[in-house]
Design a protein around this ligand. Structure first.
Ligand SMILES: *Cc1c(COP(=O)(O)O)cnc(C)c1O
Length: 233
């Protein structure tokens, strides 16, 4: 079996190839390692191989890991990418550096009020339901501009961009479509004057499509840590 370090090397090569194809500098894409269901030791290995940004879906699991890796706290950035309920906002405001999954003004207001004074602003992306599935979380595209404006005004938060999780599909052209739709929305908001710099799209299966459409941050789990055996909610 390949090691985490070898997997990271391969992911870096995929990112570099996609950037070359897109005519983009490789530094324009940030790699977020999605460590959900993998233990603190796996995160340590990934950090030893050069990664510093980690994405988690489940608040409780993440808090255990953040504590177990307390010795590295100043060198790691923790990103919440999973759904966030309002009863969990306080611990998220206190422990995380980024939240990609803000999909309601109320969640943003709570995070803003609960972000401790001594910490830098919590970096925030709005999650958009770009493929329009009824079951998925995320703002409808037509709601995003108004919510973005409101979130941009909240103290303790810094609005950075948009995030989406398009339906999985195998074909590159089909993968590019929702990514392109999100990038177009992101560009419109930038033209409206919102200072967005982050487009959080692309996972293990579709990071090439996302980079071709302008992803600035890809969230990669399986291709780094291997298949997740246990799915937890
Ligand atoms: C699990 C997850 C990922 C990583 O998915 P892989 O296919 O394992 O790379 C990325 N983003 C979100 C929101 C996730 O929940």
């Amino acid at each position: 079996m390949a090691t985490i370090s070898q997997n990271i090397q391969q992911v870096r090569e995929r990112i570099a190839a996609a950037c070359a194809r897109a005519g983009r500098p490789v530094e324009s894409v940030t790699l977020l390692a999605v460590s959900k269901t993998f233990d603190a030791d796996c995160v340590r290995q990934a950090h030893a191989a050069g990664l510093t940004r980690f994405g988690e879906n489940y608040v409780q699991e993440a808090v255990h890991k953040i504590e177990a890796l307390g010795d590295l706290r100043d060198r790691l950035e923790w990103h919440l990418i999973g759904p966030l309920q309002s009863n969990k906002t306080r611990v998220v405001a206190e422990r995380f550096d980024w939240v990609h999954s803000v999909d309601r003004p109320k969640i943003a207001e709570r995070l803003s009020a609960q972000r401790p004074e001594g910490l830098p602003p919590l970096q925030v992306c709005l999650q958009v339901n770009i493929s329009g599935e009824a079951t998925k979380s995320g703002l409808a595209p037509h709601e995003v501009s108004e919510v973005a404006r409101a979130v941009a005004r909240l103290p303790g938060l810094r609005l950075r961009g948009l995030m989406a999780i398009p339906e999985p599909t195998g074909d590159l052209e089909a993968q590019r479509r929702p990514h392109r739709a999100l990038r177009e929305l992101w560009q419109r908001l930038r033209e409206e004057g919102l200072p967005l710099d982050t487009l959080s799209i692309g996972m293990s299966q579709d990071l090439e499509a996302a980079i071709l459409e302008g992803a600035t941050l890809v969230r990669v789990g399986t291709a780094i840590f291997g298949r997740r055996e246990v799915l937890r909610g």
